[in-house]
Design a protein around this ligand. Structure first.
Ligand SMILES: Cc1ncc(C[n+]2csc(CCOP(=O)(O)OP(=O)(O)O)c2C)c(N)n1
Ligand code: SF4
Length: 351
């Protein structure tokens, strides 16, 4: 993402999306992160995702906690709602917001420190509840904002900038989410926009909790030889589970019969996509094999990326709680709060 303020003029030949907006309309404030920080690449992917999905900015709520990662929400979709909460508390604030207004698109951005240390309980319960949100975990293996302490995602033996080796086992957010019953989980790399954008699109379009763990190197404190979250290490150890692409729900597009490894599919907007099934035996709808795949990659010192698991049975927090279809913010106050007399009557039942 840019660290230089750009003039707010629109080039006459800029492409517009279905709402008539250009890509720049989905940008946010100027980034204050270090030049080269992976989090800024995630921002660029989010800008692209929101533009391509024709998201209406005023129907989006960007939620975050504290950390360099949590600043991301300021750098995209400047016309959207946003809430920058206390360190680790983004999931519960989002749960509350989603309970009150089920009609907004919730995009939560967090760090590995924010999510896996102070916010571990919060993230776990948002997964259990199936809060309908995209949860992006910008994972750099350190606390960037507080200058490079090991986070709970740091691998055993990976070193700090000064050379000290981490002794404690890491928490893998993908394995944790699978165990907690997550209905969508994927992993990607900030340096791989081609893979990340379709995954973010799929995560936003998924009904229920969608976790996207993004390896997002911290160039100031964790991009050195001994790091397992550096650009170099991630590029060398990435293993894509299946080639991922995202097609929005419209008229059915079928894959043409072909003898080739690559299928060319025509899209609604006139463009075409090339699909290559890299791992034909990988089934992203089987929780057990997703778990086994991530563990096997880990054992080989590899990083499993791509869409790792999806369950489209379409149950989210509102289904579990059996709430009404109308967002609570649109329900008249008298209905939401029937008054003192009704409360007294209810309390009488417990006396
Ligand atoms: C309650 C509380 N405890 C500790 C802190 C200090 N603190 C600020 S950000 C942070 C960790 C940030 O790490 P991470 O979430 O991984 O984000 P990054 O900066 O690496 O992107 C900590 C410990 C705080 N702000 N509030
Ligand atoms: S300290 Fe690290 S995480 Fe924070 S902005 Fe700089 S590179 Fe990014």
């Amino acid at each position: 993402m840019t660290s230089i303020a750009k003039p707010p003029v629109r080039h006459p030949s800029s492409r517009t999306n279905g709402l008539g907006f250009v890509l720049r309309d989905y940008e946010g404030a100027m980034s204050t992160l270090c030049a080269g920080c992976g989090h800024d690449s995630v921002t660029a992917a989010l800008v692209q995702t929101a533009w391509e999905l024709d998201l209406e900015p005023h129907r989006v709520a960007k939620m975050s906690g504290i950390g360099c990662s949590s600043k991301t929400t300021a750098y995209f979709m400047k016309q959207s709602h946003g809430f920058n909460s206390v360190h680790g508390r983004m999931p519960s604030v989002t749960s509350g917001a989603a309970a009150a207004n089920r009609d907004l698109t919730y995009i939560g951005i967090s760090g590995d420190g924010d999510s896996l240390s102070i916010g571990l309980g919060q993230m776990s319960h948002a997964i259990r509840r199936g809060v309908n949100m995209l949860y992006v975990l910008e994972n750099n293996g350190v606390y960037g904002l507080t200058k490079g302490q090991f986070s709970a995602a740091a691998d055993i033996g990976s070193t700090s900038k000064k050379g000290e080796a981490n002794q404690q086992p890491p928490i893998d957010p993908v394995l944790l989410a699978l165990t907690l019953g997550v209905s969508f989980v994927a992993r990607s790399f900030s340096g791989d926009k081609k893979q990340l954008v379709p995954i973010l699109k799929a995560g936003i379009s998924h009904k229920g909790f969608a976790l996207v763990d993004v390896i997002s190197p911290c160039v100031s404190f964790n991009d050195h030889e001994g790091s397992t979250k550096s650009y170099k290490f991630t590029r060398e150890h990435e293993v894509e589970s299946v080639h991922t692409d995202f097609v929005a729900l419209r008229r059915e597009i079928t894959i043409p019969e072909t003898q080739e490894d690559v299928s060319v599919v025509q899209m609604h907007d006139g463009t075409s996509v090339r699909l290559r099934a890299t791992a034909p035996d990988y089934d992203p709808t089987d929780r057990e094999s997703a778990y086994a795949h991530v563990r096997a990659c880990q054992a080989r010192g590899e990083i499993a990326t791509g869409l790792l698991f999806i369950d489209e049975s379409k149950r989210d927090m509102h289904d579990f709680m059996n709430t009404i279809p109308t967002p609570l913010v649109d329900v008249p106050f008298e209905k939401l709060s029937p008054g003192k007399a009704a409360l007294e009557k209810l309390m009488d039942r417990y006396r």
